[in-house]
Design a protein around this ligand. Structure first.
Ligand code: GLU
Length: 261
C-alpha cells in the first residue's frame, strides 16, 4: 500500500514528457488534471512540493527547435527561455484553485553549502506555511557539468531528503519498473534496491527527456535511504491518484529503507 493518505509532505516530480506532447505542444489536459489532484491533496492537509521539468522542452518549443541541442550554452538558453514559460504555465493553471506558486531554482552547490542549504529549506518551509506550493527545477542556466544534478529525478530525491518528505512520486510516461526478465510485467513493490533490481533499468531515447529508469532508480535509492518512500508511475493516468488512494496495484512503490525519528 502506497502511504499517500498518511503522508504529511510529498514531492511530485513531473517529467517533460507529460507536460509537453511529442509535437512540442503543451499538454493542457494533463497539467489541468494534475492541478486538480494537487488541490485535492492540499485539501486533505498534505503539503505538496512540485519538481517540474520542462524548461528546456518549452524553450525548444518557443524557439521552434525540434531536436534537443547538444551544446551546453544552447541548452541553457532554451532553459532560460522555457523556465519563465513553465512557471507562468503552472501559476495560470493553479489560479483555478487559488493556489500560489513559488519558484525555486537549484544547483548541486546550493545543497552542498550549509548556508545555502539552510536558505533553501527555510524558503521551502515558509512557502508551504503560507499555503503556496514550491516549484523546483534545476537552475540550468548556471549549472556547469561539475555542479549539475543532470536530471530532475536526482534533484527531486535530494529535495525529498532536504525537506524530510514522506513520499516522492516520480511521474512520467513510464508506468513503473518493468520486470524485463519476466514478460515485462510491472513490479508493484520493491523492498530493497539491490543489484537484481538495478539490472532491470534502461535509459531513455526521447528528445526532451533525460535519465530514463536508470536515473529513477538511483533517485529512489537516495530518497529511500533518507526514509522517504518512492513511487514511480504514469503521469498520464487520470485515475492514478484515486487508484493509489484505493490501494489498487499501480506503478512501483519503493519502501523507505528506514523510519524517520
Ligand atoms: N531541468 C531540465 C528542464 O527543466 C529537466 C531535466 C530533467 O528532465 O530531468 O528541462
Amino acid at each position: 500500500m502506497i502511504p499517500l493518505s498518511s503522508a504529511k509532505r510529498i514531492i511530485i516530480k513531473l517529467g517533460t514528457g507529460i507536460l509537453r506532447t511529442d509535437e512540442g505542444l503543451i499538454n493542457d489536459l494533463c497539467i489541468e488534471h494534475l492541478c486538480k489532484e494537487i488541490h485535492q491533496l492540499k485539501q486533505k492537509g498534505i503539503e505538496v512540493i512540485l519538481v517540474s521539468s520542462g524548461a528546456i522542452g518549452l524553450g525548444m518549443s518557443r524557439l521552434k527547435i525540434n531536436k534537443r541541442p547538444t551544446e551546453l550554452k544552447q541548452l541553457q538558453a532554451c532553459a532560460a527561455i522555457g523556465q519563465s514559460q513553465l512557471i507562468n504555465l503552472w501559476q495560470k493553471k493553479l489560479d483555478a484553485y487559488e493556489i500560489t506558486v513559488g519558484q525555486i531554482l537549484l544547483t548541486r552547490e546550493d545543497l552542498d553549502s550549509s548556508k545555502r542549504y539552510t536558505a533553501v529549506t527555510n524558503t521551502i518551509q515558509q512557502i508551504l506555511e503560507s499555503g503556496a506550493i514550491p516549484i523546483v527545477n534545476e537552475n540550468d542556466t548556471v549549472s556547469a557539468e561539475e555542479i549539475k544534478f543532470g536530471d530532475n529525478d536526482t534533484l527531486s530525491a535530494f529535495v525529498a531528503k532536504a525537506t524530510e518528505s514522506d513520499l516522492l512520486l516520480i511521474l512520467s510516461n513510464i508506468p513503473g519498473l518493468m520486470d524485463t526478465k519476466n514478460q515485462n510485467t510491472i513490479i508493484h513493490q520493491v523492498e530493497t534496491i539491490n543489484k537484481d533490481i538495478e539490472s532491470l533499468a534502461t535509459d531513455t531515447q526521447k528528445e526532451t527527456s533525460v535519465g530514463g529508469m536508470i536515473s529513477k532508480l538511483s533517485a529512489a535509492k537516495i530518497a529511500t535511504e533518507a526514509c522517504c518512500g518512492v513511487f514511480i508511475g504514469s503521469g498520464n493516468d487520470t485515475e492514478l491518484f484515486p487508484k493509489i488512494l484505493k490501494g489498487e496495484s499501480v506503478g512501483t512503490y519503493f519502501k523507505p529503507a528506514c523510519k524517520r525519528l
